[in-house]
Design a protein around this ligand. Sequence first.
Ligand code: E4P
Length: 217
Amino acid sequence: MKFFVDTADVAAIRELNDLGMVDGVTTNPSLILKSGRDIIEVTREICAMVSGPVSAEVVATDARTMISEGLALAKIAPNIAIKVPLTWDGLTACKAFASEGRMVNVTLCFSAAQAILAAKAGASFVSPFVGRLDDNNHDGIQLIEDIRTIYDNYGFKTEILAASIRSVNHITDCARIGADVITAPPAVIKAMANHVLTDKGLEQFLKDWGKTGQKIN
Ligand code: E4P
């Protein structure tokens, strides 16, 4: 399973990247806003740090302008994955990019039907939004499972990039189902290391160690 980090916070990406935890990065207009940085500048910095795919999102809603925006974003670095929304125009742009051999991440996917279209349009990645579905009383993890089954039924090569990940359980559920990639905020990835029994066990070991009066070096 590949780990993408869902942020445009360069320091947070660097911390995880130094540990070898980063296979790619996803950004979106809201994350660019949060970073307070210029999209081209911050994306260039991220692409120089991370060797895997870095998703940068178009903001036009018509295919023609999406294509020109996507080409501008692709100029930033060879590891850019152009991110387009799962609309008919987005699929048109996706097909155009894919025909030129460019990496495309089709985002804002909320149904299995949409995921089929993304695969047919040649997307490298489809991003189903698990958390936002859960927020709306749908089952985000069930969608990942459905897309996995459908893609496997037909040998679709598009990678399932589980997005809008809110919890450690989302990540382990996605891993169990066989999502190809998860993209999560840095805090959620770091929270994977936490376990109350680890904390409790460590506390006890340190207490007992203190009683031995020994030192290791
Ligand atoms: C995906 O690529 C999106 O950037 C992201 O996962 C959206 O997550 P959110 O629903 O927490 O905003």
